[in-house]
Design a protein around this ligand. Sequence first.
Ligand code: ATP
Ligand code: MG
Length: 463
Amino acid sequence: MIRRIINKVFGRKPRVDGTRAQILPLSAHGIRRDQLDDCALKTCETLAQAGYKGYLVGGAVRDLLLNMTPKDFDVATDATPEEVRRLFRRSRIIGRRFQIVHVMCGRETIEVTTFRANGQKETEEDDEHAAGDKSPAAHKRLTDEHGRLLSDNVFGSMADDAARRDFTINALYYDPAREEVHDYFGGVADCKKRVLRMIGDPDTRYREDPVRMLRAARFAAKLDFHIDPATRKPVAALAPLLANIPRARIFDEALKLLLSGHALRGVHQLRAEGLHHGMLPLLDTILDDPTGERFINAALKSTDERIQSDRPSSPAFLFGTLLWPQVLLRWRALEAAGEKPQPALFAAMDEVLDTQRSQLAIPRRYDGMMKEIWALQPRFEQRGGQRPYRLLEHPRFRAAYDFLLLRAESGEVAAELGEWWTRFQEVGEDERAGMLLADNAPKPRRKRKRKKPGEAAGETQPA
Ligand code: ATP
Ligand code: MG
């Protein structure tokens, strides 16, 4: 208190070294208790009533501070997972090595995490006694030869918990009972300045967990923040460390970026930082080709619009778009070499998936849907007879049609083709038939009087 008065009088900046939190009142952060969802509020209250700490933490505090709607609410506490579980009837412990508790209310789930320290432990027993231990753990760090943290499942104090988080804006704790924010590293000020700043020494922190580099790109894109120069600097040199990270984790982080509602900015940010190699090595080639770039940009933009207006967006569709420019390239090459369109497309799909498999973080479970969407593309060219009706009935029609519109938007196929299909869905039965007939009727031509059979418009890609 005295320190705060002195700081105020002398205009000194409070310390932001992480050892002590600056406690900010409502007037300084503006987050009101009623902005929390009921479930998160209830969880914090129940913890407090039982004598534990219970703070809203991480992304939700950051998003509320920025007047954004939080995606989910995470709670941090000094209660052990077992203690938390006992407090909430509908709750369960998740994870073995690193346990968190899912507290359910209604259809919602709140993730409750016990304060942790940054992988500083020597023996298993330390786990049992560290919770509530207010001194920062001073054990040997467990890291691999690149500095990667091998363990982060040690309980710690609230200050330890703040210090193990990645960016200053992600290390804010909101106490709903007092409507106060506990800020260990100047995160509130960084939010106001719109700066993404790593806690601690950026080089060390990226080595501990290289995924933080992808997170930096994601948050910068999502929040439209500027990456602090010291936080950005090591990335160029350390990007190759992502190769040591399990594919599934890279994929999860990539998916978060792509589904953040700011994928367009995010993907360009990744490329600018040289971080796309392990995720989508082809990005360079794709973005260097004007049609490919137009297509990818159209796809990312439309994904962002869907997410921002709360419409679902499927990962398979998204990855299908990211790989399409490459499929298209191979497809055309095989056709030019004399293959028929359909077999050429199928061969191109397999080739792209096979050659990318070793470098790509896209799980196989999406192959089926990606292939279906791709394989339906030539069928949009067939606008005579029963075929358009059959295509309309296909279970993947909607996704394939959305995909077609992106191809039309990027100039890969004629805009007229996309418009035709839009109209074909909108009009009544009679008009539909009319569209078909009109489309199949020989077009009046000036020079040639007669048309050979099978040369009807729209039949350029036989099945
Ligand atoms: P989002 O709104 O996208 O969920 P978030 O900040 O909540 O953003 P999460 O991935 O849900 O991000 O993680 C929750 C919190 O856990 C983060 O705010 C951060 O404090 C901490 N955290 C997550 N991943 C890491 C990491 N790799 N290194 C350090 N801290 C991390
Ligand atoms: Mg989150």
